[in-house]
Design a binder for this molecule. Structure first.
Ligand code: FES
Length: 102
């Protein structure tokens, strides 16, 4: 199992970039989600700033390039140029205060 991060490294809500794995993780309401750091629009990384994947309200995942917005829990794009597409989810498991690839 590949270690990704400690659970307490993640704010709730909050996000963390995992450059080595090309992934990022997002936490909301105690639940953690992981996605490939790849915008469905142009295939670029979503973030310009390290660990900054959420919009100003911490309500949605936001692509920094053209502002596409994605639902935290599903990765579905709900606004922007890739409307209707989705981020690629990555299966993870959280145990003993650590997040691992499932
Ligand atoms: S590259 Fe993400 S919205 Fe265009």
């Amino acid at each position: 199992m590949t270690f990704l991060c400690r659970s307490d490294e993640l704010d709730d809500p909050g996000s963390l970039g995992l450059d080595e794995q090309g992934l990022f993780v997002v936490k909301r309401d105690g639940q953690v989600f992981a996605y490939r750091n790849n915008c469905p629009h142009l295939g670029v990384e979503l973030n310009w700033l390290e660990h900054q994947f959420l919009d100003a309200d911490n309500a949605l995942i936001q692509c920094a390039t053209h502002g596409a917005l994605f639902v935290i829990e599903s990765g579905e794009c709900v606004a922007g140029p890739c409307l209707g597409q989705a981020l690629e989810a990555v299966a993870i498991c959280e145990r003993d205060g650590e997040v691992h690839l499932a």
